[in-house]
Design a protein around this ligand. Structure first.
Ligand code: GAR
Length: 208
């Protein structure tokens, strides 16, 4: 199985969905560790209860972002991951992490719309009728790397931030489980902005 380190900042419901899927050996993913940027999160409690190694590198203890990133990269490296999964991790990962490991992120909007920390609120405030969720590779920008998959979620007239976010999270968990599984089992190829599953890019000749 591929080794995955999952980074979280809160509830960890997406991380829990990955843990659940990883109980099946055929899924091809082993959650090697779960890390957080703050103490006392529900997600770390859940991972501990499931017997998964955990670590916390509290962002607040640092005055310097790159030292925090370096310490985080150091903790991640103890678990030699094939893939880092940012699942509700509310910090921007620097080159210390992103330059060292392939990393994916889930974001509760259809990128490039509504990047940043308040995607659901921003989508509601804008008045869009359809939003959703995106899983993408991380690069050094904010929510800017190549898209792996997206799922649309309609906005209902009476939605508030919490009702809309809950509906997004329900589809997000499935999308995360499906795509992390495929990345780990099949590998991937990044061709400019385009991500394909499989270790070799499909050529035009294959399609004809
Ligand atoms: C998820 O909806 C995720 O997309 C979002 O935080 C939530 C975490 O939920 N991430 C971001 O907003 C990143 N900018 P969870 O802790 O229950 O998995």
């Amino acid at each position: 199985s591929a080794r995955v380190v999952v980074l979280i900042s809160g509830t960890g419901s997406n991380m829990a969905a990955l843990l659940e899927a990883a109980r099946d050996p055929a899924y091809g993913v082993r959650v090697a560790a779960v890390g957080a940027d703050r103490r006392g999160t529900r997600g770390i409690e859940l991972a501990e209860a499931a017997g998964v190694p955990t670590f916390v590198v509290p962002f607040r203890d640092y005055t310097d972002r790159s030292t925090w990133n370096a310490d985080l990269a150091e903790r991640i490296s103890e678990y030699a991951p094939d893939l880092v999964v940012s699942a509700g991790f509310m910090r921007i990962l620097g080159p210390e992490v992103v330059g060292k490991y392939p990393a994916v992120n889930i974001h509760p909007a259809l990128l490039p719309s509504f990047p940043g920390a308040h995607a659901v609120r921003d989508a509601l405030a804008h008045g869009v009728r359809i939003t959703g969720t995106t899983i993408h590779f991380l690069d050094e920008g904010v929510d800017s790397g190549p898209v792996i998959a997206q799922t649309a979620v309609p906005v209902e007239d009476d939605d508030d931030e919490s009702s809309l976010h809950e509906r997004i999270k329900a589809v997000e968990r499935q999308m995360l489980v499906d795509n992390v599984g495929r990345l780990c089992r099949e590998g991937w190829t990044i061709d400019g902005r385009h991500v394909r599953f499989g270790r070799t890019a499909r050529s035009v000749a294959d399609a004809t």
